[in-house]
Design a protein around this ligand. Structure first.
Ligand code: SAH
Ligand code: SF4
Ligand code: F3S
Length: 460
């Protein structure tokens, strides 16, 4: 969920300026990095994978946990020799640390030329030009204009893989007591349906067959419907059904959802819409009502378990994934045990778990944390259980037939790797699977991080 990625696609050429982007944090940042690269592309920048040949380095940051945040400063430290050797090099900081710390970044790290928040990155090219003229710039506004209206259309001329992210909603109004997102991303805003459909069609024309709809609170989506399709305000289910009618788009996913926004229409869509994949990331954070209340999650354990039942009634094979925080202030051993019980009751196919990290400006940061040693010990126990469930879910796939969208060559010669409907990595050897092709695969073995199988259908 928050692995770091480095963007590539260098084209070379003498006159072009080179842009190196490092992306930290969640999928929304991955999407934003792509859009920033496209915006800079219009100003003559091409992406490079080598920071030392770049004319501009952009760090698209994450503020969610202390460790994630601190990475920015250690990476900036590593860029210092580069900047000294090449004074024309521009260094920009984007993303959630940029939003949270703004001008403080320039004070702490004078080598930085510009700081741009997640809502103002359509202004990045202008800021970069200003930096060329010697100015330092900080823009962490939540502007009235919609940045998407001021960004170039997607991927002009670029070639890409068969899967893509598409941001449909941004921001969060939930204010969980531990979380910085409502502050760094602002309040919930949904993009209009027509814009999303246009972007999706454009992606499909470029060969994309699977789209993951993104939002910090994606299932709270409530975008304006196009007048030719009845207008009104659309929920995520309605949006998914409209997207499913796009020829050539084969698979739809969405992330991340809050349990309270999982409405009946969306649950029903999982039972009825074949293109909507049977994988749902539905974070609960804790299995203790007392802690859920202190976290301001606004739901109980019972409500979450009933919701899981309803989802599985609509789609019995749904693979559920979750997020957990261990060591939230006030968490006792009994509270932690309740989390273990909830995990046992739900049986997750996949999960992310974190030790609580106090974030400046959030209500929980005022409270006394659980001692680190204790929290770490709990985290280990939780992770052992979650890994056991994940392995069991993978093992349970052996002998079953799944649909795989092939994405790239595997490590071994003649091997192709793709994702199953359930988001498991699946590799097939010697079958001449094409990148971007979909086929049915019988799973024959389950390794620690991926499944292996053989084709049982033609590719399409
Ligand atoms: N919008 C999503 C996820 C937001 S951040 C949701 O509502 O679930 C991704 C995950 O990071 C969270 O689900 C949570 O498990 C974790 N996280 C957020 N703040 C954290 C903190 N202060 N300490 C540790 N983990 C945190
Ligand atoms: Fe953060 Fe809670 Fe909003 Fe998720 S729902 S982004 S955890 S405040
Ligand atoms: Fe991190 Fe911001 Fe995403 S804090 S998890 S990059 S929304």
């Amino acid at each position: 969920m928050d692995g770091d990625t480095k963007a590539g696609n260098a084209k070379g050429g003498a006159e072009v300026k080179k842009l190196f982007i490092k992306t930290y944090g969640c999928q929304m940042n991955v999407y934003d990095s792509e859009r920033m690269a496209e915006a800079m592309g219009a100003d003559g920048y091409v992406l490079t994978e080598a920071a030392d040949e770049a004319d501009m380095v952009l760090l698209n940051t994450c503020h969610i946990r202390e460790k994630a945040s601190e990475k920015l400063y250690s990476d900036l430290g590593r860029l210092r020799p580069l900047k000294l050797a090449k004074p024309g090099l521009k260094i920009g900081v984007a993303g959630c640390v940029a939003q949270a710390e703004g001008a403080e970044i320039l004070r702490r790290m004078p080598l930085v030329d510009l700081v741009v928040g997640p809502q103002s990155y359509h202004r990045l090219p202008a800021m970069a030009r200003a930096a060329d003229a010697g100015g330092k710039r900080v823009d962490t506004e939540f502007p009235v204009e919609d940045k998407f209206d001021h960004l170039p259309a997607r991927m002009q001329g670029a070639s890409r893989g068969p899967t893509a992210f598409l941001t449909v909603q941004e921001g969060c109004d939930k204010f969980c007591a531990f979380c910085v997102v409502p502050y760094t991303r602002g309040s919930e805003v949904s993009r209009p349906v027509a814009r999303i459909l246009t972007e999706a069609r454009g992606l499909v024309e470029k060969g994309v067959r699977e789209i993951t709809l993104l939002g910090q609170n994606v299932n709270a989506y409530h975008g304006g419907g196009p007048s030719d399709l009845g207008g009104g305000t659309w929920g995520l289910a309605q949006l998914v059904r409209a997207l499913a009618r796009i020829d050539g788009l084969e698979r739809i996913r969405y992330t991340t959802s809050h349990p309270n926004d999982m409405d009946d229409a969306l649950i029903a869509a999982h039972g009825e819409e074949a293109k909507l994949m049977p994988y749902l990331h539905l974070p609960v954070q804790s299995g203790s009502d007392r802690i859920l209340k202190a976290m301001a999650r606004k739901h109980t354990v019972e409500q979450y378990l009933r919701l899981v039942e309803r989802i599985r009634a609509a789609r019995p094979d749904m693979l559920l994934s979750g997020d957990f925080i261990v060591g939230f202030p006030g968490e006792t051993e009994a509270d932690f045990q309740a989390t273990m019980d909830l995990v046992a009751a739900v049986n997750y196919g996949m999960a992310y778990s974190f030790r609580y990290s106090a974030r400046p400006g959030t209500p929980a940061a005022e409270k006394l944390p659980v001692p680190t040693v204790e929290a770490d010990e709990r985290l280990q126990r939780l992770q052992a259980l979650l890994i056991q469930q994940q392995r069991a879910a993978q093992q349970g796939m052996v002998g079953r037939e799944v649909q795989v969208l092939f994405e790239k060559p595997g490590r071994e010669p003649g091997q192709m790797v793709g994702k199953s409907d359930y988001l498991h990595a699946v590799h097939v050897t010697g079958a001449e699977a094409r990148r971007g092709a979909i086929a049915r695969v019988r799973i024959t073995d389950s390794g620690p991080n991926s499944l292996g199988g053989t084709l049982t259908s033609k590719m399409w």
